[in-house]
Ligand binder design. Sequence first.
Ligand SMILES: *Cc1c(COP(=O)(O)O)cnc(C)c1O
Length: 431
Amino acid sequence: MSKKHFPLTKPQLDELAKRYPTPFYLYDEKAIREHSRAVKEAFSVFSSYKEHYAVKALPNPFILKILADEGFGADCSSLPELLLADMAGMKGEDLMFSSNETPAREYRLARDLGAVINLDDFTHIEYLEKTAGIPELISCRYNPGPLKGGNAIIGKPEEAKYGFTREQILAAFPLLRDKGAKRFALHTMVASNELSADYHIETGRMLFGLTAELMARTGIRLEFVNLGGGAGIPYKPEQEPMDYTYLTRGLKKAYEELIIPAGLDPLGIRTEWARAITGPCGWLVSRAIHKKEIYRSYIGLDSCMADLMRPALYGAYHHITIPGKETAPLTKTYDVVGSLCENNDKFAIQRQLPKIETGEQGDFVVIHDAGAHGRAMGFNYNGKLRCGELLLRPDGAVIPIRRRETMEDLFATLDRAALEEFKNNKEFYIW
Ligand SMILES: *Cc1c(COP(=O)(O)O)cnc(C)c1O
């Protein structure tokens, strides 16, 4: 069982909503720090460990700053993500650049920032050499294909577009050495939201085996292996959280069996977890504004899937609680829905909940585990304006860390001058 927690009481939310009307995201700094420390503590069985938080999951420099303060770096997949991490003070090799189908200018910026470039394909060796040059430290992303099973969200490695095959990895590092690289790293990312520690231990074992084989076949010694992200969280209250001590003990055992006998100790261990670090520390807070009774009972929120699309995209479960009604009996069955003109805009389907009051001052509806891959995946379809983000500081203060979007933001990419011209001159057609 995992306990679903929300850090504010109903009266505190009432006060907060006067300053910041719903919907909004709320993140809990203290919880983020606690999660970060638990991960670091578990991985301290390795002499050299670093976590690179995947920026895509919560691309806000205020949050990245907290993570930098905890000693974490970032995993970036695009030029703006590199700049967001840079804004948070993450520099040089704190940054992993794991991109795919990468444009030349992004490689050049990654090089200029001194980020660790993690190549996604064999052909990128030549592309990188021509566009940005081969750096001293280089990482390659491994796709084990049929050698490893995947999971539902990321799919089977064999069908995934990412990474090098095993044979390509064994050929890539000697080629990179010939082209001037001096320090080498191996990366993989084979699962997403995977709660089984054994699965992640197997991933480690696979990378350690390849590290030893690379040494045996080419004489190339890796500086670190990066196990990628994909550590799961218990979205459902009946699920168990992953046991980090069990995980790192299993990884350490594999390390002792494969890395130490090959004479490759010390080998750095890196991760790129995002969901497991911030996922449970963020909530989407909305208000129930409408109730509708047709063939089913619907509760309509003031947010929609433009704010949180995981339920619509993956059929993902997100737990829902009603502040002030935490212990009320679950006497109702509702579909909890947003306002998008899409029938899959449902945060919950046929969910048992307490009786919900609706209206302008209706009940708050808290959607849990939205602190990773939440607002970041939002969009503007249907002219929806994404909500803002608030940070609950350890001293209890709540500060805004991103304002909500305005219509000005939405219209900002239109060519206003051409539109004015169009309006004033009936003869003028821009198309
Ligand atoms: C998305 C992603 C991550 C983070 O995934 P989580 O499941 O949130 O831990 C890490 N690395 C890469 C390359 C990714 O694409």
